[in-house]
Design a binder for this molecule. Structure first.
Ligand code: FE2
Length: 271
């Protein structure tokens, strides 16, 4: 039995327990089984049926994927930022920024410690040692706003605050579309928000439907396909190749002294 299989069995056994009477402290201590780092080069794809934690802290951009059902309390994460998406139901988010009700198909960026409590399923993708900006948005729209590949479209739900920083994306694959096989230079953590289809990788073809969760290691060749239905996916990116920089951002570029942009006025640019 491989390490992955062994741990999956442990998770399934845990999923059979009735979790509704577990105290906050017990949830914190016992909710998650941890995949070892040896699993990071495999494509992970599962129905969202149990609470799971995947450890990608050894990846190029140290991250943790959690699939949360109903509740979680994270109190050892002051220096990290969490990207959330509510797959179903609704949960109350508590953090240093206050208390908010998150409904189905809403998303958030939460720096620091937080808790969720309610009746719902939530994707939580965490980037370690990164301080994001507290954000709540949603619901997602039916299609993406940006042209992507092969007829697919996408929307940046949470933008990188600076070039290189993490973001949360929405991907829409129209019915009948199969993507050209491709790779990404960093980890992807995702969840199918609605629709159905497949993801083809070298291990095989995985069925995807609403609630399916996945982790795609960096540089993993893959292709999403939507067959009869469309496929709508939420994807965490730990890094970005676009976004504002100290040398180029909208407030700076569109500040003019006479006819010159402050972008080229070294005498007044903040250093
Ligand atoms: Fe992709």
């Amino acid at each position: 039995m491989s390490i992955t299989n062994k741990i999956t069995v442990q998770i399934e056994e845990f999923a059979n327990e009735d979790l509704s009477y577990v105290s906050d402290e017990e949830v914190k201590e016992s909710t998650f089984e941890i995949f070892t780092n040896t699993a990071t080069q495999e494509f992970y794809c599962q129905r969202f049926l149990e609470r799971t934690l995947l450890d990608y802290t050894m990846a190029g951009h140290p991250s943790i994927a959690r699939w949360v059902i109903n509740s979680i309390k994270v109190d050892d994460s002051e220096n990290d930022t969490h990207f959330l998406f509510v797959s179903s139901g609704e949960v109350t988010l508590k953090s240093n920024n206050g208390e908010f009700l998150l409904r189905e198909n809403s998303f958030a960026a939460v720096p620091g410690n937080f808790s969720l409590d309610g009746s719902g399923k939530v994707l939580v993708a965490t980037l370690l040692n990164y301080t994001g900006l507290f954000t709540i948005g949603g619901p997602i729209e039916s299609r993406g706003r940006l042209n992507y590949i092969d007829g697919c479209s996408s929307t940046v739900l949470i933008n990188p605050l600076r070039r290189g920083e993490p973001c949360l994306n929405f991907l829409y694959v129209p019915p009948g579309i199969s993507q050209t096989p491709h790779t990404h230079p960093s980890l992807r953590i995702g969840l199918v928000a609605s629709g159905s289809g497949t993801c083809k990788v070298d291990e095989g073809t995985f069925e995807m439907e609403a609630g399916t969760v996945f982790c795609l290691p960096e540089n993993k060749l893959h292709s999403f396909s939507a067959i009869d239905n469309s496929l709508s996916i939420i994807i965490y990116h730990p890094d970005s190749d676009v976004g504002p920089t100290n040398d180029s951002h909208t407030m700076l570029n569109n500040t003019f002294v006479g006819k010159k942009s402050a972008k080229v006025l070294d005498a007044i640019r903040t250093r």
